[in-house]
Design a protein around this ligand. Structure first.
Ligand code: PRP
Length: 191
């Protein structure tokens, strides 16, 4: 489909208003479970927009910290921490925030690392649960939206660092993106 700027238009999967309502619902669920407050740990980079909106929707005391991880090799599921937490999570109520859980391999690694630090509780919150791609089943306490096995962009999710800025989630044609990562640029940028 051709967009207003003449470029290709990706299909909207989660519209802005639906996304906002989903974030508020998740924030309410977290607040209800943690009336005394919570420490959110966001896994960079994709979870940044979700985390930013989540903390502004929470009605309980909240702290936020960040973790950056890097894959050793594509699809190996082996990752390492490249930016560790500032906070000591011992004895804390912690919610790990992800933008998307696919295979579950990243989450399994991060969860293991954090559990060794003995938080009082460790729950997982993900904006998107792409369960058809799961390899390691893993408990997800808070889920914004379940999606099918399609390639998604926006609201933190990228293709080669592009499209993270969108305020909604779209489905991208991965073949078109591989041949031209800017295939949707004209749709999202004026001029
Ligand atoms: C994404 C996402 C998770 C991971 C999920 O990160 O934020 O960390 O992939 O995949 P998995 O369940 O198959 O392990 P990505 O590697 O795209 O990094 P980014 O957040 O910096 O874009």
């Amino acid at each position: 489909m051709t967009g207003p700027g003449g470029g290709e238009s990706p299909r909207v999967v989660i519209a802005r208003d639906v996304l906002r309502a989903g974030v508020r619902r998740v924030a309410d669920e977290i607040a209800a479970a943690h009336p005394d407050g919570v420490l959110l740990i966001a896994v960079l980079k994709g979870s940044v927009p979700f985390t930013a909106d989540l903390i502004r929707s929470l009605t309980v005391p909240v702290e936020v910290d960040f973790l950056a991880i890097s894959a050793y090799a594509p699809d190996s599921g082996r990752v390492r921490i490249v930016k560790d937490l500032d906070a000591d999570i011992y004895g804390r109520a912690v919610v790990l925030v992800e933008d998307i859980v696919d295979t579950g391999l990243t989450l399994a690694y991060v969860r293991g690392e954090l559990e060794r630090r003995a938080p009082a509780s460790l729950e997982v919150c993900t904006l998107l649960d792409r369960a058809p791609r799961r390899i390691l089943p893993t408990p997800l306490r808070y889920v914004g939206f379940e999606i099918g096995d399609e390639f998604v962009l926006g609201y933190g999710l990228d293709f080669e660092e592009r499209y993270r800025h969108l305020d909604h989630v779209v489905a991208g044609d991965v073949h078109a993106l591989r041949s031209d990562p800017d295939v949707y640029a004209a749709h999202f940028f004026a001029g």
